[in-house]
Design a protein around this ligand. Structure first.
Ligand SMILES: [Zn+2]
Ligand SMILES: [Zn+2]
Length: 368
């Protein structure tokens, strides 16, 4: 083959692989017979107060390995409108969708940020059909219109110091009205760089879906230091399959888990099966004639796990605190005193939260 032609083919192949990470590694293993969909449901572009064209949002999400994003421009706040008249509030979504084309590695859904002072503050509606129908003079009508489109609706950054001087998330009567009338389904516990323990407590108390989003305005790489190993906040939706209907059903049934920095946040009932699918133990037998059992502990996820062993055994090479880096394994040499057919090793996962200052315990069962 002529060198020039070879270079051309190589270039074409390289180009094809850009942004199309076909063998992307799962961030987390899903529990059996289910899927975990990696989403970011709060994203801005130049069509509100963001700094990039919508195609960049699609490419960023493809590069990072997300499965689904929603573009959620501020409906009312349009600081670029002099340069970018914006009569149709669906344009950002349409351009992103057009840029994605037939690429099956990502999905884009339509959304909007209904942008109001407190109360209710900023409210996102995703899986909407027509953003223009959400633009109303009063706060309630836009939220009702979103619900008429069978949207999933959540409260953004409820702890935002610009709207909550003390940074404490708390409900106003307006929110209580929305929750009571099933017009508000979720709450951001994580927004961009912040985490709100109070919002997590509100979610658990009022049965709101727990969400974490990037609320990106600039570049994902710069804001979340992706080249240095960072990641944006993601909400994993746990569903029977990855169809939009199944995802929406799971979102409304609160089946989400949020990954934020090195923290995983969710309801205990949803965190437990995900942890069991991602933290596993395998028997490596006993060492010769000794009573020293070897167990391989595996972390199948992108989360570095900080484990605290709560059982009665002691380890030859570890104390009770063990850090298991992402996608790694280590061997525990355990003094079991008797030859056991089964071992039950309970670990508290210190960087997983199921409530304010509350971490779950995972019982690792190992059969010898
Ligand atoms: Zn906002
Ligand atoms: Zn926003």
């Amino acid at each position: 083959m002529r060198p020039a032609l070879r270079i051309l083919i190589c270039l074409a192949l390289t180009q094809f692989s850009w942004g199309q990470d076909t063998d992307k590694k799962a961030f987390f293993q899903a529990p059996p017979n289910s899927v975990l969909t990696a989403t970011d449901l709060h994203i801005h572009t130049v069509f509100s107060d963001g700094s990039v064209w919508p195609n960049i949002r699609v490419d960023e999400a493809l590069r990072e390995g997300l499965d689904l994003i929603a573009l959620t421009e501020h409906l009312e706040y349009q600081p670029h409108s002099k340069d970018l008249p914006h009569p149709d509030r669906n344009r950002s979504f349409e351009i992103a969708q057009g840029h994605l084309g037939a690429n099956k590695n990502l999905r884009v859904v339509n959304g909007s940020e209904i942008t109001r002072s407190m109360a209710p503050g900023h409210i996102n509606a995703v899986f909407i059909e027509n953003a223009n129908a959400l633009l109303h003079k009063d706060s309630l009508s836009g939220i009702v219109a979103a619900n008429k489109q069978d949207a999933f609706v959540f409260w953004n950054h409820p702890d935002w110091p610009a709207q909550r001087l003390d940074g404490i998330a708390r409900l106003e009567p307006f929110h209580e009205y929305l929750i009571k009338n099933k017009l508000l389904h979720g709450i951001e516990v994580v927004n961009e760089h912040t985490f709100s323990e109070e919002a997590l407590e509100l979610a658990l108390k009022h049965k709101l879906t727990i969400l974490g989003t990037s609320d990106i305005h600039g570049l994902i790489d710069w804001t979340f230091e992706i080249p240095e190993g960072g990641h944006r906040p993601m909400t994993f939706v746990w569903a029977e399959n990855d169809s939009n209907d199944a995802l929406k059903k799971s979102l409304k049934n609160r089946k989400t888990i949020v990954w934020y920095k090195d923290l995983l946040i969710g309801e205990a009932a949803h965190i437990a099966p995900v942890l069991l699918a991602n933290l596993t133990g395998k028997s490596m037998g006993y060492e010769g004639k000794t009573l020293i059992a070897n167990v391989q502990l595996n972390n199948l996820s992108a989360l570095p796990m900080q484990l605290d062993y709560l059982g009665d055994y002691s380890f030859l090479e570890h104390g009770n605190l063990i850090t298991l880096p992402p996608y790694s394994s280590l061997t525990l040499r355990i003094r079991t005193r008797n030859k056991e057919a089964n071992l039950l090793l309970p670990f508290r996962v210190r960087n997983v939260m199921i409530g304010a200052k509350t971490n779950p315990v995972v019982p690792i069962k190992v059969v010898f």
